[in-house]
Design a binder for this molecule. Sequence first.
Ligand code: DC
Length: 213
Amino acid sequence: MSIIIALDGPAASGKGTLARKLASHFNLSLLDTGSLYRAVGWTVLQNKGDPTNQEDALKAARMIENTDLSNPELRSESIASAASKVAAQPAVRQTLVDFQRHFAANPAQGKAGTILDGRDIGTVICPDADAKIFITADVETRAKRRFLEEFGAAGSDKQYQEILHVLKARDNLDTNRAASPLKQAENAYLIDTSNSDIETVFETARKYVSSKM
Ligand code: DC
């Protein structure tokens, strides 16, 4: 029997780092589902399309199996914002459901299970996941971490304010859309990382997942 872990949370909450650490510790196949929406957003922009246009976004979503999810260009904040726009469309989300559920149910050879991180894994994609974590932090803390990652000590207050503004806009779109909004599943374990470092967060998550195995 393999285990499925659902890990959800807002942008820049540290889910990617936590997901990688849990995947490595518990020997799990990892899917960063944000990269699927980013790949769709990226393809739309490459094709000179409009991420808010359903026809453009759906065409890109149907090609997801042929898209390189490790393309470093997917990591930029402009692609994240295109991702958030395509992700608000129910038809696009529906197109990506099977891909994610298939991944969840089929760990790679030799792996003990799967972990998926995103916004709706515990609520919609894998409602029966063995362990569900919702990781969050206040938006100022998340903006500060992003800012330090990007600019280090040399960054200006203007650059910080810009990051804060962009994160708030993305939170707003991801939380208030009608289709599978970002939401803590009822039975998800909440970890607030506002005042914790990654090692403490990992240790908390590790204990919780172990208790579910
Ligand atoms: O996790 P991320 O920042 O890479 O995600 C980019 C965007 O993709 C995010 O703003 C909303 C969308 N997304 C989503 O709607 N559902 C998911 N399961 C993952 C990401």
